[in-house]
Design a protein around this ligand. Structure first.
Ligand SMILES: C[S@@+](CC[C@H](N)C(=O)[O-])C[C@H]1O[C@@H](n2cnc3c(N)ncnc32)[C@H](O)[C@@H]1O
Ligand code: SF4
Length: 465
């Protein structure tokens, strides 16, 4: 049954057909391929090597694993803490880690992006944020227009905080809205915004913030098409530059706290699809451009322009443009350094992180060193996930090989692609593969066909919808 919805032509049967578990490919290989056979020496060598690898820019990521109250749905690495002594020891450890990484980096490389995530970075005293920002300014050379962003929970955000963050150099804020419906927020144990979100956004604009992002989640208990429509209408009214509507990832085998939501009743795949359709239709009718999976941006936003120019990129912090993607150096517990030559993740335990940094200056625990073939696969999967387009010839040119060799490395198999061709989701023209308009819901499925290591184990991944 084909249904017309705004500019979207959505085929529900196809979406449900392709609703399978699979990696989200925030990185390739995905984080669940990481292993513990990685040493601090490997990480240090990778940092030194990254000084010479493409791309030359630097992105800095700071993880703050604290939230005053924990939401039942949360899939992030965080803890429910308001302990100022713990914050102090943690920030001191982060500063040590920053100094150790900075010692190994080439200081001619410019910082393009600084991202604060969590947890809830705006729940710690902003003086502590300033200590780290001052250290960044001291130890690194910033680009003329770096993107400096923080993920904030509006439950703890005051207008003066926005002024203070602006004074520290922040120019982008992401507000975790999740839903504007207070009944839904109550069910998931989340506090609503302390101040009207309109007032927060107004203050950001007054402070010259270039980017305002909202995060929403669909598929939470208590959400109905009607209630979610109202939330999306409110988003459109406030008009952020970008927003994400994440599909609720229910993974109680990893995040036990999520099990409590099963008692209230979690929307099933068809109900989730109806929520997704509602958001997609309203947002696209109102001028937002869908970006990759789950994201939207205004047409004048850098991400929309990058999509048109096939220059969209992705890292653990979200979508970005090729110009703003540096190699990512992560600081704090659970943070991941995302380098061209590999991934290095710190221990997830806050206590172990502090002890390890204080003892030997480093806290890396897991990771993955990426070989040349895996870089080729990563490029192909990134093109599918971000730009919905792959030119195998062009990918080959990047690695000094021809299109056939690229195809061999990604185990290109026409049989695996034929269901997508038969369902008119994909076009293949010589060495180019193009995912059709309104078919972005299958990008994960198509990316999976190019992942020769993929071994789907039941319950290991969340589903597409
Ligand atoms: C680190 S949190 C954002 C900052 C802040 N802690 C907040 O909640 O407002 C990043 C985002 O991940 C998303 N998220 C968290 N758990 C999720 C889940 N289980 N499924 C899908 N998205 C999730 C939420 O939309 C959240 O805003
Ligand atoms: S969603 Fe945000 S506020 Fe809620 S527990 Fe997770 S990190 Fe904390």
């Amino acid at each position: 049954m084909e249904k017309e919805l705004g500019i979207m032509h959505i085929n529900k049967d196809l979406i449900l057909k392709y609703n399978q578990p699979g990696p989200r490919y925030t990185s390739y290989p995905p984080a669940n391929y990481f292993h513990t056979d990685i040493s601090v020496e490997d990480y240090k060598n990778a940092i030194i090597k990254s000084n010479n690898d493409y791309p030359q820019g630097i992105s800095l990521y700071v993880h703050i694993p604290f939230c005053p109250v924990l939401c039942h749905f949360c899939g992030c690495n965080t803890s429910g803490s308001k302990n100022l002594d713990l914050f102090r020891s943690y920030i001191d450890a982060v500063k040590k880690e920053i100094n150790n990484v900075a010692d190994l980096l080439d200081h001619n490389r410019k910082v393009l992006q600084i991202h604060w995530g969590g947890g809830t970075p705006n729940s710690i005293p902003l003086d502590m944020v300033k200590e780290i920002m001052d250290l960044f300014m001291d130890r690194f050379e910033l680009d003329a227009h770096p993107e400096i962003a923080m993920e904030c929970s509006p439950a703890y955000l005051e207008l003066e905080h926005i002024d203070q963050l602006a004074a520290q150099g922040f120019n982008r804020l992401s507000l975790g809205i999740q839903d504007f419906n207070n009944d839904v927020l109550r069910i998931v144990n989340r506090l609503p915004s302390k101040l009207p979100v309109e007032a927060l956004v107004k203050r950001m604009k007054e402070n010259g913030f270039e980017g305002v992002n909202f995060d929403l989640i669909y598929g939470l208990p208590g959400q109905t098409v009607e209630s979610f429509r109202k939330s999306i209408e409110k988003v459109i009214e406030i008009s952020p530059d970008r927003l994400a509507t994440f599909s609720y990832a229910h993974v109680p085998w990893v995040k036990k706290a999520q099990s409590v939501l099963e008692k209230t009743g979690i929307p099933n795949a068809e109900e989730k699809l109806a929520l997704m359709e509602t958001a997609y239709a309203l947002l696209t009718e109102n001028g937002y451009i869908p970006i990759g999976i789950d994201h939207y941006a205004k047409p004048e936003d850098k991400l929309s322009k990058a999509l048109v120019n096939k220059k969209l990129h992705r890292n653990f912090q979200g979508y970005c443009t090729r110009e703003t993607t540096g190699q990512v150096y992560g600081f704090g517990s659970s943070s991941i350094a995302q380098l061209d030559n590999g991934y290095f993740q710190n221990t997830k335990s806050i206590k172990d992180y502090i002890v390890s940094i204080n003892k030997n200056g480093w806290a890396v625990e897991r990771g993955y060193q990426v070989n040349k073939n895996e870089k080729v696969i990563r490029t192909v999967i990134n093109e599918v996930m971000c730009n919905l387009f792959v030119d195998f010839h062009k990918v080959g040119l990047m690695y000094g090989m021809d299109a056939d060799e690229v195809k061999q490395i990604v185990a290109y198999n026409t049989n695996k692609l034929s269901p997508f061709l038969a369902d008119n989701l994909l076009e293949i023209n010589k060495e180019q593969l193009k995912i059709n308009d309104d078919s972005s819901f299958v990008v994960r499925n198509i990316a999976m066909t190019f992942d020769p290591q993929l071994n789907i184990i039941e319950n290991r991944y969340s589903k597409t919808i």
